[in-house]
Design a binder for this molecule. Sequence first.
Ligand code: 13P
Ligand code: SF4
Length: 301
Amino acid sequence: MTVREEIEKLKKEKNAVILAHYYVSPEVQELADYIGDSFYLSKVAVGLEEQTIVFCGVSFMGESAKVLNPEKTVLMPDAAADCAMAHMADAQIVEKMRRTYDDLAVVCYINSTAELKSCSDVCVTSANAVQIVKALPNKNIFFIPDRNLAHYIAGLVPEKHFVYNEGYCPVHEQMQTSEILKAKEAHPAAEVLSHPECPEKVLEISDYIGSTSGIIKYAGESAAGEFIVCTENGVRYELEKRYPDKKFWFTETEPVCRDMKLITPEKILHVLRTGENEVKMEESLRKTAGRPLEKMLELAK
Ligand code: 13P
Ligand code: SF4
């Protein structure tokens, strides 16, 4: 039996479903029942019929799925797959800001640990942050952990006063404008599509800015036939699958999230067989981390 056949067999036996983020490798995306960005996956995770969720992504994604579905078993193919940015703020800085500013909402990017979520008022993803920040009654917004996404949202919601935190995604932070301009020289008709985790200088030279699913949707709707894609290279698989007649270029130094790429078909098979790497969480943490996530799902409706 091939790895794929064995996975399919075990999925039926164990009543399991596979969720995958666009950043995992193509061979993993091919095995997934649901593929999407962080917002889509957090919505999909609620209300699945299957008892076991195999989450092909990094730890904050599996944690969020568990927080929203306490009765389900959530398995991570690689327990070491983590997001560096998820740890780039802490409860102390949140407390300090709460003491410093009146009328403050702590807005937490979903790329964060459960501990960070539990001291926040609402979660957001790159796909819904504008809508949610606009809907908050508070004047002051402390946006954690990502400073790049915070600056981008602040520009779109000028009526709010933003307080920034010094977190960033190491993959998007390394995007070089010089490499984008070089790609643009080679492909002058190409539009530049960027994720808002990119630095401001990159966003300034972009034709479209959005979440991974936003980028994929825009590439389909645009009249352009080629694009320079400024986000993790896993999205290439979906872009090329959906739009075989369009061309997608990446910068010379391809943006790769090593943690997302830790997931392999063999590791999916292993956790399905053994039940290893189950996401476990204290009930008190699960409840407090769940509040901002549920508020996000409510406000983003
Ligand atoms: P989205 O899934 O919201 O596009 O975010 C990208 C990301 O960095 C996920 O880790
Ligand atoms: Fe985290 Fe960046 Fe990897 Fe996304 S791409 S999981 S934000 S390190």
